[in-house]
Design a protein around this ligand. Sequence first.
Ligand code: ZN
Length: 298
Amino acid sequence: MKILVFDVGGTAIKYGMVDENFDVLFSEEMPTNAFYGGNGVMKSLEMKMDEYAGQFDAIGISTAGQVDFEKGIVTDGTGNIPNYKGSDLKGTFEKKYGVPVAVDNDVNCAGLGEAHFGAGVGEDNFLCLTYGTGVGGCIFWNGDVFRGTNCAAGEFGHMVTHAGGRDCTCGRKGCYEAYASCRAFTNIVSERFDRYMSGREIFKEENLKNPVIIEELDNWENEIVNGLVSLCNIFNPSLIILGGGIMSEDLLVGHIKEKLYSRLDDNYKCVRIEKAKLRNKAGMLGAAYLANKLLKGE
Ligand SMILES: [Zn+2]
């Protein structure tokens, strides 16, 4: 049994092959070429599917944007890829290749990956957040992804944490991700130093002694924790998984834990904070898990 898997992001499309043990046999990356829009993405996926035609039993696609999970259609939330909304990934590729195709939102796929193969193994109730250009969320509850009425649940990035505050990419103001995303942090640090600084650069040992960085890091951690406190109060989860490249920084995760626990009431302190384990393979493995379910007729 082999599953061809994709993870469609705003800048790159990761793809690879996964076997019946959910081992990733290989994985590669190609540019999304988002300027070609939704059609360009469909073409890129099709090109790879053609290349491996006859070698896979199912296809799993993890993608940016909101997805109608049953129909496998992109329904919204893909400002990074113009005209992607409405793309019928499942219908188009099932028809062409005659195999089951599973499609879900990238953070849901990452959550599923972590649930079955990573930091969430053995946990029935957890939240997964990814901090990058925005903040993505997955609600894994009672052993499955909680998707909401229109498969749009878990958009933690657009909780309003600062009413009337900074502009958000969604068109509203004061959203969590306008303050707590990695991009919000690098933007503000870059502004203060009057040159672009990446997250990786900011976390270099010599920079962490700089008072401006110490100040902005402290602010950013507080912003991250603001959202996490609310989520703990709403869900009372036993686990929160923090993903996104920046969360590989132990210093950051350590500070987040410290600040979070100091602000939670006793009934919420049961929550464990873990770093995502699967890194950039989480989305592909989650998509493979969903495709395998289709293969088994579940
Ligand atoms: Zn927003």
